[in-house]
Design a binder for this molecule. Structure first.
Ligand SMILES: [Cu+2]
Length: 489
């Protein structure tokens, strides 16, 4: 496909200009249909970071965050931010066990960091707000991908106060960690879907309301949502599928605040993995929630007839406080078109009934129970202080964290550096075990998870992943110390 230098495929640009007319804002995504005949995929995968290393099991890449002129809204080139000039940023595609070296350059006029969301790596390399990279500076992020962590992750800036702003301007990208012994058939066509939303001014630049404006105050409360929904930076792209074909989709929610309830009307989806990789067994679902920063792996079956068409939809989900709930929250929104090719059906692929074994954390040996209370903008009644440790833990310990949401809107809770296992929600046991790094804690819900601090002492963030809440201090610091026998940390 011909691409503009800015990373927006030409076909998407033409489709958008034809649909909206020059200078016009797009209609809501749910009413947008491509005027061009679709013959195959128009969904474009982000570029993959080029490995500069010849050494085995080593991935060495250059990554630059900088200002860029590009069309975040198709048809409107404006000032934006980009990783290596592309939105979404290039995908970091690695294997378990790889040593990863990222030569990062900050060409922005402000400080930034890169947080490798969900990866189990040393605290120095986590890209938290504690380790800002100043304007014009370089930093090498170096870490090894642990065994057993194959899955879908993402990377994004995490500077103090400015995370939501920098992501809205275009800074986000995917990470795919592969398992050399992946249990799913290698023949499955794989698709990466990065879901985002944005709101624009008439010139096509991101509309980021000042905090003291009426819209700014709504955004601080709700989290900033946009009326234009994107998959890989494209509006309503198409995935082509053959009848009978099974595709493997990796889906990432990089939205600041929008929680997606995903479904393909008329068919079920096979949910095979979450934040920290594959489940033990596939799970058949009609729809499911994907909260901010959560990832899923899905098997999508070509259940339709040749030549037919269906859509991946974001169904209504009420995560909002009643006072600031948007008027149009009950609208279903289309995200992408699934086009069945005019071709004979293909034979079904056999999917294994068991994908892998997920070791259960031993909750009979719990060293501490933590109680974390989420209220509006606060954790345990406090705003974040970069110089205060909120939770002291010890290396090698297993702990149970109870996250209680005492207000009338959802707060997706993220712990840096460590994957955890949800035990129960409002006392109802989780139906199956899986590794997670974000859990959506619904209005007035209490969620408990188990976590083991098996490596990497140091300081780690935990926070609400509604970016507006995080930027306003709904965040705390966990310090994982070495046990006394192993010296002080
Ligand atoms: Cu929140």
């Amino acid at each position: 496909m011909v691409r503009l230098p800015v990373g927006i495929p030409v076909v998407a640009l033409l489709a958008s200009v034809a649909a909206f007319g020059p200078g016009l804002m797009p209609p809501p995504a749910s009413r947008f249909t491509s005027p061009l005949p679709v013959v195959g995929d128009t969904l474009v995968a982000p570029p993959v970071l080029v490995n500069l290393s010849k050494a085995p099991h080593t991935v060495e890449v250059n990554l630059t965050a900088g200002p860029s002129r590009l069309a975040l809204l198709p048809g409107h080139v404006t000032d934006a931010f980009a990783y290596n000039g592309s939105v979404p940023g290039p995908t970091l595609d690695v294997h378990e066990g790889d040593k990863v070296i990222i030569h990062f350059t900050n060409n922005l006029a402000e400080k930034t960091t890169i947080h490798w969301h969900g990866l189990h790596i040393p605290a120095d390399m986590d890209g938290s707000p504690l380790r800002p990279i100043r304007a014009g500076q370089r930093y090498d992020y170096v870490f090894t991908i642990p065994r057993g962590t194959a899955g879908t992750y993402w990377y994004h800036p995490h500077p103090d106060v400015r995370t939501g702003y920098q992501i809205a301007k275009g800074l986000y990208g995917a990470i795919v960690v592969r398992d050399p012994d992946d249990p799913l058939p290698a023949s499955l066509p794989e698709k990466l879907l990065i879901l985002s939303d944005n709101r624009f001014r008439p010139d096509g630049s991101p509309d980021i309301a000042p905090g003291n404006s009426p819209q700014g105050r709504v955004d601080e409360e709700n989290g900033r949502e946009g009326n234009v929904l994107f998959v890989n930076g494209q509006v309503m792209p198409t995935i082509a599928i053959r009848t009978g074909e099974v595709q493997r989709w990796r889906v990432i929610n990089v939205s600041a605040a929008r929680i997606y309830r995903l479904a393909i009307p008329g068919q079920t989806l096979t949910h095979v993995g979450g934040d920290g990789g594959l489940f033990e067994r596939p799970v058949e679902v009609e729809d499911f929630l994907l909260a901010n920063s959560e990832r899923v792996e899905l098997l999508v079956r070509g259940a339709g007839a040749p030549g037919s068409r269906t859509t991946l939809q974001d169904l209504p989900y009420d995560r909002y406080d009643p006072h600031t709930r948007p008027a149009d929250w009950e609208i279903s929104r289309d995200l992408l078109s699934l086009q069945y090719l005019q071709a004979p059906a293909v034979a079904p692929v056999v999917i294994p009934a068991t994908l892998r074994h997920v070791e259960r954390l031993d909750t009979s040996r719990v060293a501490a129970h933590r109680e974390i209370v989420l209220s509006q903008g606060l954790i345990n009644g406090r705003m974040m202080d970069m110089h205060r440790v909120d939770v002291w833990s010890r290396l090698d310990n297993i702990e149970i964290w109870q996250i209680e949401n005492v207000v009338t809107m959802d707060h997706p809770f993220h712990l840096h550096g460590f994957q955890f296992q949800v035990l129960d929600r409002d006392g109802v046991p989780e139906p199956f075990v899986s590794w997670k790094d974000v859990v959506n804690v619904k209005k007035h819900e209490t969620v408990r998870f188990a976590v083991r601090f098996d490596d990497f002492p140091g300081q780690w963030m935990f926070h609400c992943h509604i970016l507006d809440h995080e930027d306003h201090g709904m965040m705390g610091i966990l310090q994982v110390r070495l046990p006394p026998s192993r010296g002080k940390k």
